[in-house]
Design a protein around this ligand. Structure first.
Ligand code: GLN
Length: 451
């Protein structure tokens, strides 16, 4: 049924870069075969899922939304892919994304944009716009995204779906193409909080193949989502997450969510986290710096595209020609910014200062979590903007991540879930919930309460 739905609507939505019809049907048959053999078919047996095209899938193309990986077929599964298959999940295909996960609108995909199912002329968020749109268009009930600065939560917010960035280290990065390794985190996307929890519990947990993977038991997110009690819980509202640039209807729905939590018995505490105003600046030094280093591996020798390999060019020229042809504008912008920020003489002034701001943000969160159990905010300052509106204005695009980036820099856990439609445009508004590292269960408790 989901394959038929994709066939019917994806020409318009363009959530998928690759639909793996044969693979999906084979996995569905494998689940049946497990049952026939008397084996457990897996906790999510037969449930279809849309996988962001940043996770390697053995034998199935993985492009990361880039021309530079066109034609590359990974010889192995990412840990997330492997765990999904073991759980009996049926992977329908690979979803569209901003190239190398750099963007907030999916317009930076080398393969064309994705439409927001609420209004196809608007962006579905990014970088994981394909995953979020596949849920909102009912092409899949579950999806996987990655969140370096908001790429799970911001698309969830603008498509009226649920997205969770687990604690950094909570879900393995093995086989997840690297953008900014100290920030990148894979996580679940779904239409309900409980569905997200069920998916979270399947993909999370220690993995020896990822050196930053946390070797502790995964918090019981499913029990928390089933419980949904918030009486006595202390909920922080950070004053830095409002003001100029926030759409009126977004703030209205946010304020209503605060009131709802109060009615449900939570204690609301006003907080200030002064360093959050510098988060965006720090992120746009740290993420490009790590990207410039990570993307050095795309040298035309190892994977995918190779341009100029005709006997007349040196190896260095082939690398340069391939990167020139294979990377899009935003990727090039970040590689240049990052290389500059890391170069000798500038390292302390740029990268070093950004790392100090990162520490201050982490401390602001630590102080906040001495007083409250969770922090809440709008996920994004505005609802979905029209495709093209911010395409030539990187600064305007970067503002979409104002509220999501602090959690990536601090490495804690955060969720976005729908909290109504903005009265002025009828588009979905996202509520963000942030919890301390390894307290991911609190996201699901609060999310289930206000859902
Ligand atoms: N929009 C942010 C960026 O372009 C975040 C991307 C992400 O989370 N992958 O860097």
């Amino acid at each position: 049924a989901h394959l038929a739905r994709i066939e019917a609507v994806d020409e318009k939505v363009h959530a998928f870069l690759h639909v793996d019809r044969e693979g999906a049907l084979a996995q569905a048959r494998e689940v049946d075969a497990r049952r026939e053999r008397g084996e457990k078919p897996g906790p999510l047996a037969g449930v279809p899922l849309a996988l962001k095209d940043i996770f390697t899938t053995e034998g199935v193309p993985t492009t990361v939304g880039s021309k530079i990986l066109e034609g590359w077929i990974p010889p192995y599964d990412a840990t997330v892919t492997k765990r999904l298959k073991e759980a009996g999940v049926v992977i329908l295909g690979k979803t569209n994304m901003d190239e190398f996960a750099m963007g907030s609108s999916t317009e930076n995909s080398a393969f064309g944009p994705t439409g927001n199912p609420w209004d196809l002329t608007r962006i579905p968020g990014g970088s994981g716009g394909g995953s979020a749109a596949s849920l909102a268009a009912y092409e899949a009930p579950l999806a996987i995204g990655t969140d370096t600065g908001g790429s799970i939560r911001q698309p969830a917010a603008v498509t009226g779906t649920v997205g969770v960035k687990p604690t950094y280290g909570g879900v393995s990065r093995y086989g997840m193409v690297a953008f900014s390794s100290s920030l990148d985190q894979g996580g679940p996307c779904a239409r309900t909080v409980l569905d997200a929890a069920l998916l979270h519990s399947v993909i999370a947990g220690h993995d020896a193949l990822d050196s930053t993977s946390i070797a502790q038991p995964v918090p019981d997110v499913v029990a928390a989502a089933r419980d949904g009690q918030v009486r006595g819980l202390r909920v922080g509202v950070v004053q830095e997450f409002r003001g100029e640039g926030y759409q009126a209807g977004v703030m209205q729905r946010f304020d209503e969510s605060v009131e709802l939590l109060r009615e449900l018995g939570a204690e609301i505490v006003e907080l200030s986290c002064p360093s959050f105003t510098k988060a965006l600046a720090a992120y746009y030094l740290i993420a490009p710096s790590e990207c410039s280093s990570n993307l050095a591996r795309f040298d035309a020798m190892r994977y995918g595209l190779r341009v100029g390999d005709d006997g007349t060019h040196s190896a260095e020229e082939v690398t340069a020609l391939t990167r020139e042809a294979g990377f899009g504008d935003e990727v090039k912008r970040r590689v240049m910014l990052g290389t500059y920020a890391l170069s000798s003489g500038y390292y302390d002034a740029y990268y070093g200062s950004a790392q100090k701001v990162r520490t201050l943000i982490t401390r602001d969160f630590e102080k906040a979590f001495e007083q409250v159990d969770v922090v809440i905010s709008p996920t994004t300052p505005t609802t979905a903007f029209p495709i093209g509106e911010r395409a030539d204005d990187p600064m305007a695009m970067y503002l979409a991540d104002l509220c999501t980036i602090p959690s990536n820099l601090a490495g804690n856990a955060a969720m976005s879930l729908p909290c109504g439609l903005a009265p002025e445009d009828g588009l979905p508004v996202g509520l963000q919930i942030i919890a301390p590292a390894m307290a991911d269960d609190r996201l699901y408790r609060v999310g289930a309460a206000v859902e």
